[in-house]
Ligand binder design. Structure first.
Ligand SMILES: NC(=O)c1ccc[n+]([C@@H]2O[C@H](COP(=O)([O-])OP(=O)(O)OC[C@H]3O[C@@H](n4cnc5c(N)ncnc54)[C@H](O)[C@@H]3O)[C@@H](O)[C@H]2O)c1
Length: 333
């Protein structure tokens, strides 16, 4: 179980976490923006390219060179990339040391910073190498959101929308706050972020290793991850989740409540456009997705507020549905 602290303003909790740690890992952008928090930190290059075995081992070397022992704690101060690498390094160094998650992007606050999925990418496949290693604490300061570029904020909204579809209460909250979210009204962000953290915490506590209920967090991710890899991570993770969510819903429109479908598509369209990527590479990568069973591609489909269906199709059906959905989304504009 991870202890969670959420502070609306300031960095008191963040500073306290850093004071308890033997090493802070951050990325070059965060280091430039938050110099005082990053004093003496181990800095990796910003961006998905850093989710590589090379960067992973550079972090592990950094732990070794700083003399970290098994009872030491490392802080991941950054977005999902920093968290995924630091968590993986912490799970491997001396067979596992503690880590504290300090998410600085909205994606990391509502999703990646909690749950202990750690990973690096390999051979063009997202998160091919990873472990489950939960942080002891997650310290969220909403203050970090102020410096997020619009694109990163939009990506965070993608994960936030995805998570809010998972319960009726959070869906209602999302609909109420949606315009304010679009306008980056910070005063309306606390409750949706809190709701997402609570949902994620419940889900990962019930199913840490993703053998059952945790799969619902993968809404939008089968197509999203494939698009992300095919397009060389040009856009942020959350933007691909938005594209993935709208595409997967359009692919299986026949299974979704009509009003719910229109609401999801409408919300996704406020932030993202339908994908332009052709079916072949998307299907190729989707067929390697970790959720697949017996060679069938798995899509986690939100069919109504609080209700997610696990849908399995073969490659031929996936391809036909993808092509039709992308064409329809383009024409519906
Ligand atoms: N482990 C999980 O459960 C999980 C869940 C979702 C996503 N992920 C992973 O997370 C990654 C995406 O996360 P992300 O979108 O946070 O990416 P990221 O870590 O690359 O951060 C996005 C960008 O924002 C910058 N940034 C970070 N904090 C900032 C701040 N406060 N102000 C200004 N700029 C800031 C970063 O330097 C980077 O350029 C992907 O690799 C994805 O696979 C993991």
């Amino acid at each position: 179980m991870t202890n969670i602290v959420l502070e609306e303003n300031g960095f008191d909790g963040v500073r306290a976490a850093i004071a308890r740690s033997a090493m802070v890992v951050t990325d070059s952008n965060v280091a430039a923006l938050y110099g005082t928090l990053c004093d003496g930190a181990f800095v990796i290059d910003a961006g998905e390219k850093s989710k590589s075995p090379e960067t992973l081992f550079s972090v592990i070397d950094g732990m070794y060179e700083r003399g970290l022992c098994r009872n030491d704690t490392v802080v991941a101060l950054g977005g999902g990339v920093t968290g995924d690498i630091t968590g993986l390094a912490a799970s491997l160094y001396m067979r596992g040391i503690r880590w504290i998650s300090v998410p600085t992007t909205l994606v990391a606050m509502v999703d990646s910073g909690l749950g202990g999925k750690t990973a690096v990418d390999r051979r063009g496949v997202k998160n091919l190498v990873g472990t489950f290693h939960a942080p002891t604490d997650m310290v969220v300061s909403l203050e970090f959101i102020k410096t997020l570029p619009d694109r990163e904020y939009i990506g965070g909204c993608g994960e936030l929308i995805k998570t809010c579809l998972l319960t009726r209460n959070s869906y209602r909250l999302l609909r109420e706050r949606f315009d304010a979210l679009c306008a980056r009204d910070a005063s309306c962000l606390t409750e949706p972020v809190r709701a997402c953290i609570a949902i994620k915490n419940t889900v990962v506590t019930d199913d840490f290793r993703e053998s059952s209920v945790r799969k619902i967090l993968n809404v939008g991710h089968t197509v999203g991850h494939a698009l992300e890899s095919v397009n060389g991570y040009k856009a942020g993770h959350g933007e691909y989740v938005l594209m993935g969510m709208m595409t997967e819903c359009a692919m299986f429109k026949d299974m979704i409540d009509d009003d719910f479908y229109s609401a999801i598509i409408g919300m996704c369209r406020r932030f993202a456009s339908p994908p332009k990527t052709s079916v072949k590479p998307v299907c190729e990568l989707a067929s390697k997705d970790k959720k697949n069973v017996d060679g069938q591609i798995t899509v986690m489909l939100p069919v109504a507020a609080g209700d997610v269906l696990e849908v399995r199709v073969d490659r031929a059906e996936f391809s036909a549905r993808y092509e039709r959905a992308v064409a329809e989304l383009k024409n519906e504009r």
